[in-house]
Ligand binder design. Sequence first.
Ligand SMILES: C[S@@+](CC[C@H](N)C(=O)[O-])C[C@H]1O[C@@H](n2cnc3c(N)ncnc32)[C@H](O)[C@@H]1O
Length: 204
Amino acid sequence: MDKKKEHWEDVYEKKTDHQVSWYQDVPETSLRLINELQLSLESSIIDIGGGNSNFTIELQKIGYKNLSVLDISGLALMRTKKKMGDASKAVHWMESDVLDLIELNQYDVIHDRATFHFLTHEDDIKKYVDVVSDAMIKGGHLVISTFSLTGPEKCSNLQVSQYSSSTLSLLFKENFVLTRSFNEIHTSPYNTTQDFVFCVFTRL
Ligand SMILES: C[S@@+](CC[C@H](N)C(=O)[O-])C[C@H]1O[C@@H](n2cnc3c(N)ncnc32)[C@H](O)[C@@H]1O
């Protein structure tokens, strides 16, 4: 098993939802941003590094029908499927490194909260930008949130990259235009805080 995958399987084997800093009972900001996009319920939405997030569960409750979750950890996906119960059969689950995703013009929305920032090598960051650009339908939306410049330097014992809306815009500028951004403080289940930046980009 590769080291990255081994790390994340170990996290989800040992820790419950309330023992991981990123957990949110309801991912309200992401859901608000999706709502603001005024999408059809048929829109194709993927959560990259969805992990143990309730994002897709909440989207399904709203009525979205074309949902995918990708994560490097099979245990994380299993946990989320279990929380979803029978309804999980209607979701497309992908156990994969995001950098191995090869899809063209598939998604109206790509959502990523707290996954992209684990890429710290320039080549991997470039690859992610290419993968997301290819997988997105033109006119589609990238809803991405990472640690901000005042956010943590490490998470889950791994080094992370920190961003501002300007540095994210620079990375995605070839194929995306920034339509919305703001910073937000996340409070973990055990009451520590983490500074995030949220950006919404539209695919050109
Ligand atoms: C900090 S958690 C965030 C989980 C979720 N997005 C949320 O907001 O609650 C990061 C997630 O990204 C996944 N992950 C990390 N690196 C990845 C990669 N290269 N490809 C796919 N998933 C990855 C991890 O397994 C983990 O579930």
